[in-house]
Ligand binder design. Structure first.
Ligand code: 9MJ
Length: 671
């Protein structure tokens, strides 16, 4: 069948456009079009390829999910061995490393190092020939690994074809495949709901996903990749520095860490380590340390290797996020929505700087699946802002005196029957607001910092107020007086006055906070904000039907159903009325004013090496309302240019875009 030239042209155009948008999305973290537009482009390309199968090429963006499941993985011999890293466990180790580097190089000059987070995933080597991905292999023992090409092709942040035309004929990039924490938690939650096995941590989940023989399964797993190094490259290195070579990769559509930076000497390394340690919990992926590499490639060559690790690199490790302790007892907590959650009481253990005494066990099925018994020795994990979890039992430490756990058949707080929905793993108390536990939790949620933000109304105080039957709904809070509060345990005249004052102040709020504070099931902060913006007032929302609700971004059929159910309950409407009568009020939502966000409407581009990570600077600029773009255009207001700035600087100068150095940036940020 002859294919019209028009079709050839359109298909080529679509592929180029899709590759470009992948690059904007995954590499620059700066999408140019909404997902729906991207999907349209994909569908159009798929239609052409269905109609003209001869047009399909392996590197077409439609061809990520491979054909038949494999019987096993082939072995791959790495053309350049994949090294491991030496570890530093303290600042002294780090200084010692820098001293060794300088001694070997016989220099007293300050050494420049690249600094980047050490991802806790799986090392991979990806080979591109003439810009096309031809092979991906695991590290294995460093000399030979496994061919996981089919699986790596399913990872959206790995380009199947490089962008531009100035890449070498053969380019092997190395990096880490990992699973972002949010994706990991969501995947485990789905598995838990479906009664399936969960993964212990994101690393295991990434490893398990990459070792699937059926790439259709891998394609459903939220994997991602950052590049950090090189294997074989035709015509030698990409630049004279590690940092320059790494930045080259981004221009071809490969992703590097947005935290990558060049630092000066041991001091710069230690400063970077401390900064990343502070930010560790807030990153959306697990890191187990930071990696420093001598930036100058000639110096790297001069230093060479010992056994299997380069002398020019070191990993400075963070404290572990998993520890072993003993499970002393299992309590059952009743949450705001009545869900009964088994909670492990632990022998106190320090996990990455925090003493952990409790961990969630999620639900009964999870306890069965992991065969967790009271008295067991267990591995617990604490990462990010997620509640500590029991990962697994250390079976060879199990004694004879361990006890199996049974979930209660009545609510441990109010005695109501418990119910288990057919398709849910959760057991719930049927008592509703009759149950003091649910009442307490609803009021704590109402008072929380992200809700009405009632300062001084702590959990213990709420417990007391409910137990003494002084309040039973959030609206009752506003009927409290100083005298009553002053009579409570651990309260005096002054703290009572402060609380009543804080209650008064909390009445001035925003619609989105108010909606969040009501504790409607599945309505978190983001959804509350979307609802507030969409409806503008509570009356319209109260009478919205499920159809209208699903017009709101992020609201699906289940959330819509929860919202309608909530506003159909007379007692909920009554509480809302009482709150408004008590003086709770808000202004109609409006965008932040220019005074709060002086950079609204400004587009900033960052380039070159700056003294702080791009990610950090980007977040600060965004907080002031600026848009941070990946490439310079006539719409750019400022280019912030650090050391070794390249083509973006040239382009900005050509277009007459204002160029700022680091001092200029700081001035912009201090507005
Ligand atoms: C990780 N895991 O993030 C290296 N790594 O370099 C980084 N690993 C590495 N570099 C040479 N950022 C061998 C391993």
């Amino acid at each position: 069948m002859t294919i019209p030239q028009k079709v050839h042209d359109r298909v080529a155009e679509l592929r180029e456009e899709i590759d470009y948008h992948n690059y904007q999305y995954y590499v620059l973290d700066h999408p140019q079009i909404p997902d729906s537009e991207y999907d349209k482009l994909m569908r159009e390309l798929q239609r052409f390829e269905r109609e003209y199968p001869d047009l399909v090429t392996p590197e077409s963006p439609t061809q990520r999910v491979g054909g038949k499941p494999l019987d096993g993985f082939d072995e791959v011999t790495h053309r350049v061995p994949m090294l491991s890293l030496d570890n530093a466990f303290s600042e002294e180790d780090m200084q010692e490393f820098d001293r060794r580097v300088r001694d070997r190089l016989k220099t007293t000059d300050t050494i420049q190092y690249t600094a980047e987070p050490k991802l806790d995933g799986l090392a991979i080597n990806i080979r591109y020939e003439k810009g096309v991905l031809v092979q991906a292999a695991t590290r294995g023992d460093g000399a030979t690994g496994e061919d996981v090409t089919q699986n790596v092709r399913t990872i959206s942040s790995v380009p199947l074809r490089l962008l531009g035309d100035d890449y070498p004929d053969v380019l092997e990039v190395r990096g880490e495949i990992y699973m972002p924490r949010a994706g990991f938690e969501a995947m485990n939650e789905r598995a838990r709901q479906a009664g399936e096995k969960t993964f212990a941590n994101p690393r295991n989940a990434a490893a398990g996903s990459l070792r699937q023989l059926d790439s259709k399964i891998t394609a459903t797993r939220p994997l991602a990749m950052f590049c950090y190094g090189f294997g074989e490259i035709s015509n030698g290195p990409l630049g004279d520095k590690q940092s320059v070579s790494m930045n080259k990769l981004t221009s071809w559509g490969l992703r590097i860490s947005p935290e990558l930076q060049v630092v000066e000497g041991a001091e710069g390394c230690i400063e970077y380590y401390r900064r990343m340690a502070d930010r560790r919990e807030s990153l959306d992926y697990d890191i187990d340390g930071v990696v420093f590499k001598v930036d100058n490639l000639d110096l790297q060559n001069e230093l060479g290797f010992v056994s299997r690790a380069p002398r020019w690199a070191i990993a400075q490790k963070f404290p572990a996020q998993e520890e072993i302790t003993k499970l002393l007892a299992i309590d059952v907590q009743v949450g705001r929505t009545g869900a009964l959650t088994p909670v492990a009481r632990l022998e106190p253990v320090n996990v990455a700087g925090v003493t952990v005494t409790n961990a969630t066990l999620h639900n009964e099925d999870e306890i069965r699946r992991k065969d967790i018994r009271i008295g067991d020795t267990v591995i617990i994990r604490r990462a990010g802002d997620v509640i500590p979890q029991v990962v697994q039992v250390v079976l060879n430490k199990r004694g004879d005196d361990v006890e199996k756990f049974e979930m209660p058949t009545a609510c441990p707080v109010c005695g109501s029957d418990v119910i288990r929905d057919e398709d849910e793993a959760v057991i719930r108390c049927s008592g509703g607001l009759y149950c003091p536990a649910q009442r307490k939790e609803a009021i704590k949620h109402f008072a929380a910092r992200r809700a009405l933000d009632i300062e001084g109304l702590g959990d213990k105080l709420v417990d007391q107020l409910v137990e003494r039957e002084l309040i039973s709904t959030p609206a009752d809070l506003f009927r409290l007086d100083v005298e009553t509060v002053a009579g409570l345990e651990r309260m005096g005249q002054k703290s009572a006055e402060n609380l009543i004052d804080a209650l008064k102040q909390s009445k001035k709020t925003t619609l989105s906070r108010f909606l969040f504070s009501l504790g409607i099931r599945e309505v978190g902060e983001a959804t509350a904000q979307a609802l507030a913006l969409y409806y503008g007032d509570i009356q319209t929302l109260e009478s919205a039907d499920t159809e209208s609700l699903q017009e709101v971004p992020d609201v699906g059929p289940i959330v819509a159903e929860h919202i309608v159910t909530f506003f159909n309950q007379g007692h909920n409407l009554e509480v809302i009325r009482q709150l408004i009568d008590a003086g709770v009020e808000w202004e109609s939502p409006k965008p932040k004013t220019e005074g709060e966000q002086p950079l609204v409407g400004k587009t900033v581009v960052l380039t070159g090496t700056l003294s702080r990570s791009r990610q950090e600077i980007k977040e600060e600029l965004q907080a002031l309302g600026a848009k941070v773009a990946g490439s310079v255009s006539s719409k750019t207001d400022f280019l912030v240019a650090g050391a070794d700035a390249g083509s973006k600087l040239t382009k900005a100068e050509k277009l007459g875009v204002e160029v700022l150095d680091e001092a200029g940036l700081n001035e912009l940020l201090s507005q």
